[in-house]
Design a protein around this ligand. Structure first.
Ligand code: KIV
Ligand code: ZN
Length: 533
């Protein structure tokens, strides 16, 4: 397992050429253009700049920053991104029209390295119904648009929109003409996500075999995910000879999205045996990029999304957790740190086994003896049956309850309270503290205050009362009262409950119970008397 992609310094030049052409795959990110085009994913200018800077830092080769003719906002975004990007080539999209191409060039003026990406549809269905142009007119537009772009820059990409549904002879003629007119990258988009890996690979091979000047340009893939094959198709094309992959962070894009950057990059990294290539992407920045794009596009990442989903490095089943604890290669083909995650997570739930529970207790600082462990494990299983997610706090509360119950260092022995409309309330309280009875008298602003002051006198502590709640469990004046008390000390909280027909006795029991738990929590890292065994 590698923790980074095999980045080689200085392996990119202004035209996107590499010093190791045979193995280097260029990553062309179109999150800010095709990704931003997906319904509901639009980003503000500042957000686009943030994304572009991160893509640049992570080593993306080409950043397609937008479609400058589309709106003034898009133009401004491409212009600003062109100004701030330091290493990557900044690219602007343009249809096969002089106005589009000139506008893209204008927006890219400030870029250290720029590319104009011009496209036109070549499939019969697009030419007839969308463009309403004859093939020969399309071919002419290919030549004139590429030549126009070449007047602005020597880095020109030409795309055959709907390339995978284009007649092969016509596609060969267009590609050859585009290269002759000066295109340095030829993109064959699977615009509607229709192709399959073998077919797409064969299409790339066909172009390499039949287009006489194909070796003068880099072949690019641009796959949509309508049938869920965008990544597989892109990689298949690379095996056939393509050396640029167009993709987006989190796979966002038109309809079902584009090939996901994190998936193509990690597939190349992880399966070097079948994909003997490398990219310039620092894979340890993948999670950061995914979170940023998800936040600014307001597109949540599905839990089971490959590489960046919440569950991609999470294990819940007892068998898997046991395997992971023995050796993480049992159930992980990539290390979490290779994509910028600190560690895998063992999700505690009803499928978790003893091994994982013991490990979790260890992580939380508990070391229970065998009997206490088995009791806690049983209670954990009961809780997991009722609750979808068992969080660390649930486990802490569960074990603290277990330990407090087992230890009960402080017990309520007796309580007598004098209260009424005259004077302060007075409580005479006896507590059993680790086997010895202690009594005191205390006053307070009302009977509850007097009682709690008494507890504080007998067991001095710095905890503050955060919650006091009384609930009648049954009806009538002899109703059983249930009291909840929450105490906090040094950032730790504990909740205790007490029930009695006398509300004041229930209150004292609840306070004492919370205090027992707090003491357990404070002393759990020491082999204290309060520890359960
Ligand atoms: O999907 C597509 O064909 C495109 C082109 C503009 C490259 O996005
Ligand atoms: Zn697209």
């Amino acid at each position: 397992m590698t923790s980074k992609s095999q980045t080689k310094p200085g392996n990119r030049d202004a035209a996107g050429a590499t010093d190791d052409k045979a193995q280097r795959v260029l990553i062309f990110d179109t999150t800010l253009r095709d990704g931003e085009q997906s319904p509901g994913a639009s980003m503000t200018l500042d957000e686009k700049i943030q994304v572009a800077e991160l893509l640049d830092e992570m080593g993306v080769d080409i950043i397609e920053a937008g479609f400058p003719i589309a709106s003034n906002g898009d133009f401004e975004a491409v212009k600003k991104i062109a100004d701030v990007v330091k290493n990557a080539v900044v690219c602007g999209l343009a249809r096969a029209s002089d106005k589009d191409i000139d506008r893209a060039s204008e927006a890219l003026k400030g870029a250290r390295q720029s590319r104009i990406h011009t496209f036109i549809s070549t499939s019969p269905v697009h030419m007839k119904h969308k463009l309403q142009m004859e093939p020969d007119a399309v071919l002419e537009a290919v030549v004139s648009s590429v030549a126009r772009a070449r007047n602005h820059t020597d880095n020109v990409e030409w795309s055959a929109e709907d390339g995978t549904r284009t007649d092969h002879d016509f596609l060969c003629r267009c590609v050859e003409a585009a290269i002759k007119a000066g295109a340095t990258t030829i993109n064959i988009p699977d615009t509607v996500g229709y192709t399959v890996p073998d077919e797409y690979a064969a299409l790339i091979k066909m172009l390499m075999n039949r287009v006489a000047n194909m070796d003068k340009a880099v072949i690019s893939t641009h796959c949509h995910n309508d049938l869920g094959m965008a990544v597989a198709n892109s990689l298949s094309a690379v095996v056939s000879g393509a050396r640029q992959i167009e993709c987006t962070i989190n796979g966002i894009g038109e309809r079902a999205g584009n090939a996901a950057l994190e998936e193509v990059v990690m597939a190349i990294n992880t399966r070097a045996d079948v994909f003997p290539y490398y990219t310039g992407v620092d894979t340890t920045m993948i999670m950061q990029a995914s979170r940023l794009v998800s936040a600014v596009s307001a597109f949540p990442v599905q839990y089971n999304k490959a590489i960046v989903g919440k569950n991609a490095f999470a294990h819940e089943s007892g068998i898997h957790q046991d395997g992971m604890l023995k050796n993480n290669q049992t159930y992980e083909i990539m290390s979490p740190d290779s994509v910028g995650l600190k560690k895998s997570s063992l999700v505690m739930g009803k499928h978790s086994g003893r091994h994982a529970f013991r490990e979790k207790l260890d992580e939380l600082g508990y070391d229970l003896g065998d009997n206490a462990f088995m009791d806690a494990f049983q209670r954990f299983k009961d809780l997991a049956d009722k609750k979808k997610h068992v969080y660390d706090d649930d486990i802490v509360a569960l074990v603290d309850d277990e330990m407090a119950l087992a230890s009960e260092a402080i017990k309520m022995a007796s309580l007598r309270v004098i209260a009424g409309s005259e004077g302060p309330a007075e409580a005479t309280l006896t507590l059993d503290i680790e086997g010895r009875e202690k009594t005191c008298t205390s006053t307070g602003d009302g009977p509850v205050d007097a009682t709690f002051n008494g507890i504080k006198k007998l067991v001095p502590h710095a905890a503050t009362l955060k919650l006091y709640q009384v609930q009648a469990v049954t009806e009538g004046t002899d109703a059983q009262a249930e009291v909840s008390v929450r105490l906090e000390e040094d950032g730790k909280t504990a909740t205790g409950r007490g029930a009695d027909t006398d509300t004041l006795v229930a209150s004292a029991k609840a306070y004492v119970s919370a205090l027992n738990k707090l003491k357990v929590r404070h002393e759990k890292n020491k082999p204290a008397k309060l520890r359960a065994s």
